[in-house]
Structures are given as structure tokens and as C-alpha cells.
Design a protein around this ligand. Structure first.
Ligand SMILES: [Zn+2]
Length: 237
């Protein structure tokens, strides 16, 4: 995969454009994005200039400039509100997701006139449960310090999910940990917020074993071949 990934779910709308760009590609001039901190902070595009002047991990687009996030293994999440024609981009790493960044983005959109049934959410290429090992201690901490009551939504396995679509070796375990499904956690958060299941889409593309060779921060930590950020953006027409 070296061309952009386009979500079938979002491609149905003629009032927006979007792309999950290939790792290493740069977004168009005028695209707005923030300094990402694995936080739960979500801001409006009008407060996001100049680019990277704000610390935030979610960005709501109210104008026509594209809003973007950059990721390596974290979840790139693009949201569209068909009621008010708002868009949003969310950077969802484990810490940010547990901290409520996706919950906050959904809440902000709904405060601005969206309803859960008007939201369409596409989760792009990210590290999958085939390759995402977490120490059991990380899981234990997430269950103990769980302000958003996400423990029941978390899914993991003692062994990695075999990925028949992998194009290179899946990650080998290094910590005798568990294999965590972060995309599924985000999907379940959106479901719990009331977004219909058919309006939540997972790309099923694992950055470690399926995407561009340098798409994965985690893979680089194993094989030292470098990694490059992936920009994902969405814009009203
Ligand atoms: Zn994988």
C-alpha cells in the first residue's frame, strides 16, 4: 500500500473530501493540525492556527480547510456529521483513547448540533491485534484508573490474532504481554455513544504487517528500518 486509503463509508458523501494518506506523504498547504500529545483535548479549527501552535489530539472542522492528524501506529479517526456537515479528525493512541479523546470529539460534535445517529466514523490504518503487544501491567493500570469506564470494552488475547492479510511478518512478542485490539476499543466507544454500527468502519489495515514498510513506529522499534508519519485529513467541500 503506497497510495491513499479512502474510506468507503465516508466516500458516500458529496459534501466532503478525505484521505488516509500513505506514510511519508505530506498534506496539502492550508491543512490544519495540532501538536499531538496523546491527550484528550479536542479543539475547533478556528482555534488551530498557526498549524501546530496548539496542543490537542482532536480537531473539529467547521470551515472548508482540511483538518488532519498524523499517526504511525495510533488510530487515525475521521468523523463526519451528516446533520450539520461538520467534520473532525482524532489522533487515538492507547493513552488518548483511554483518556477520552474520541468520547470528547463525539460530545463536542453533538454539542454543535450533531446527533449520534448522524455521525459516520472511519478508523484508518493502525496497528492491529495481530501486532500490538501490551504488557499486562498496562492493562492492569487501565482497568484500575478508568475514568470513562472502558474496561468492559477492552479486548485482548494471550496470543496474537493470526492475520491472513499480512504482507510481512507479524510482530513477535517481546514482553510476554497480551495482544490488544485498539481499533475495536474505539469502535465500541462509538457504539456506546449511540453511533449505529453500520456507521463505524475499521480499515482492517495493520500498519505493522500490512501497510507501507515504514508505516509503523512499533515495527521500527523491532527492525530499525525507520518510520514515517501518516497524515489523515477530512474537509468540507
Ligand atoms: Zn499486524
Amino acid at each position: 500500500m503506497s497510495s491513499p486509503y479512502f474510506s468507503p463509508l465516508l466516500s458516500r458523501f458529496d459534501w466532503l473530501d478525505h484521505a488516509f494518506m500513505a506514510a511519508g506523504e505530506r498534506p496539502a498547504a492550508g491543512t490544519r493540525y495540532n501538536q499531538q500529545r496523546h491527550s484528550a483535548r479536542v479543539i475547533l479549527d478556528v482555534d488551530a492556527l498557526p498549524v501546530k501552535s496548539q496542543d490537542a489530539d482532536g480537531l473539529i472542522g467547521t470551515g472548508q480547510d482540511a483538518v488532519a492528524i498524523y499517526t504511525a501506529d495510533c488510530l487515525p479517526i475521521l468523523l463526519a456529521d451528516s446533520r450539520q456537515q461538520q467534520v473532525a479528525a482524532v489522533h487515538g493512541g492507547l493513552k488518548g483513547i483511554l483518556g477520552g479523546v474520541l468520547i470528547n470529539a463525539i460530545t463536542h460534535l453533538c454539542e454543535r448540533g450533531a446527533t449520534p445517529d448522524s455521525l459516520f466514523i472511519a478508523i484508518g490504518p493502525a496497528i492491529g491485534p495481530c501486532c500490538y503487544e501490551l504488557g499486562q501491567d498496562v492493562i492492569d493500570r487501565a482497568e484500575q484508573d478508568d475514568p470513562h469506564h472502558l474496561a468492559a470494552l477492552m479486548s485482548w488475547s494471550a496470543t496474537p490474532w493470526p492475520n491472513p492479510a499480512s504482507v510481512r511478518s507479524q510482530a513477535q512478542g517481546t514482553t510476554a504481554g497480551v495482544w490488544f485490539d485498539l481499533p475495536l476499543l474505539a469502535k465500541r466507544i462509538a457504539l456506546r455513544a449511540g453511533v449505529p454500527e453500520e456507521q463505524i468502519e475499521l480499515s482492517q489495515i495493520c500498519t505493522y504487517c500490512m501497510a507501507e514498510e515504514q508505516a509503523s513506529y512499533r515495527r521500527n522499534s523491532h527492525v530499525q528500518q525507520g518510520y514515517q508519519q501518516r497524515f489523515s485529513w477530512i474537509a468540507r467541500r
